[in-house]
Write a protein that binds this ligand. Sequence first.
Ligand SMILES: O=P(O)(O)OC[C@H]1O[C@H](OP(=O)(O)OP(=O)(O)O)[C@H](O)[C@@H]1O
Ligand SMILES: NC(=O)CC[C@H](N)C(=O)O
Ligand SMILES: [Mg+2]
Length: 584
Amino acid sequence: MCGILAALLGDADTHVNQLIVDGLTVLQHRGQDAAGIVTCEKGHLNLRKDSGLVSEVFQHHHMLTLRGNLGIGHVRYPTAGTSSCAEAQPLFTNYPYGICAAHNGNITNTAELRAALVQSLRHINTGSDSELVLNVFAEELQAQHKGRDICPTDVFEAVRKLMARCHGAYGVVMLVNGVGLLGFRDPHGIRPLVLGTRNSTTQAGVTDFLLASESVAIDTLRFSLVGDVGPGEAILITTEGKLHRSQCARSPQLMPCIFEYVYFARPDSIMDGVQVYEARLNMGERLAESILRKYPQHDIDVVIPVPDTSRTSGLSCAYTLGRPFREGFIKNRYIARTFIMPGQAVRMKTVRMKLNTIRSEFRGKNVLLVDDSIVRGTTSRELVSMAREAGARKVYVTSAAPAVRYPNVYGIDIPTRIELIANERDEAQVAAELGADWVVYQALEDLKTSIRKINPSIQEFDASCFDGRYVTGDITDEYLVELQGGRGKKQGHQQQQAEVLRGRAERKMVSETSEKHKTWNAHDGNHSASNCANGAPAEAGAAAPAGMGPGAASVSTRLSSACAEKKLGGSCEVLFNLGRETTK
Ligand SMILES: O=P(O)(O)OC[C@H]1O[C@H](OP(=O)(O)OP(=O)(O)O)[C@H](O)[C@@H]1O
Ligand SMILES: NC(=O)CC[C@H](N)C(=O)O
Ligand SMILES: [Mg+2]
């Protein structure tokens, strides 16, 4: 679930670089693998992108090259292609005009698009679906060119054509050299995009513009939220600072991704008129009601959230249950989100590194652990065992989202069912799998109501990972089988499954001998070294070699990406001025 951002400062003599870096930092929770920015100064495009967090990718000397008053930025969580920094965004094409794109989402008809683009002699350099979006737009914009300057109508016509050709989910921002900034959202509005403005801080009477995945960027950069870009809508901000809007989809219908409200978005964001925090409070309340219906005689002593995301729903869940809300798990503030890390091995290890127990909150108590979602079960599995180690008498688990049972094709990296803990399992079986006393999932209708209560005009959602209904209508069983055999296989999900099992066996052994930390650390040392030296994993975060154990991969996304790049033949750092063609 990448983060995208586009900004234009009305004062042409100012530079937008720091604003974009700050905005991407605020959107970091949407993608931790790679970051990139392109700016435009007097017709020259300046690009800097690499694997890593925003704070790692943009050093002072990079900032000096990112000149210009307009630009776009991206933080990446890969869902197509590879984790290689060659696929970090923004992506660039010089034909026609010089266009850069940053994309959040996932395209579902990539094979068809790729074939058509190759046929029309456009060069496609990577496995990235976003590169296809960029090239489709470039091709369609070129088709509008009639030997005169590009005007807003040409741009919107190109987006219209793109929407007819590209299927799936997309929030996109583009920089078109000499024209301005463009932002648009797919016809179902699956992926979010908001617009903000402010008065220029350096020149009276001119406006600064900002497009971002989440309103939290608008707030923190001190812009005012104008509102959401509508489903199928495109917004063009010209280099002269004029704003144009146009509906580019034939039959737009808002069906936002429900998982944004559950997990991806920050609680302080407002998406499609819904304050995410409020929606999560509602989720916790409904969840508690559901628990009370199923277990009216429950013996829960204390409610403990799983930091970070479930804190909000945990709070209202505890309140509605009438039980104390306690911080039983403390999160290491320097470790980022686990779910969006690449590879099961690194995710498993990170949970242990990330969370630790306050023993007194567990000892002798019946605890209810509240998480926002249980996807692969990586987090809950570890936490149930940690709760027991900390002396809990009974451990109950509840999820503010329903059971995740289907692959996601719209920008969440779940290409196969087999990796999901709830695949072909009911609540009792998931509880057994987690080692919990019972598990309660939110009902899908209750989740929808939690959000609709705030904005009743959202009639439907993309809730495909919960109900298997793909709103774009083009997802066939064959497509899902292909996805499993393609990205699923590439990521080694069978191997990951084996990892999970091996991890489980190891944990059992470890808790029997009470030497878990010693064992895990021993694995870590051996493996980290061999991982890099041999260039072993085919992709960042790929499953560890057999026998290496769950502590095998590095905790740091950056490190695992770096190892992958070694395999690709050296550093992939990109720093060059596209206009002047200088390479660092
Ligand atoms: O069942 P799983 O496969 O473990 O996935 C679900 C977990 O992953 C996410 O946490 P994450 O650590 O990514 O982020 P957070 O700190 O924002 O909660 C989510 O909040 C759940 O805790
Ligand atoms: N999570 C996303 O939005 C990913 C965008 C794009 N599909 C990529 O893999 O780079
Ligand atoms: Mg979490």
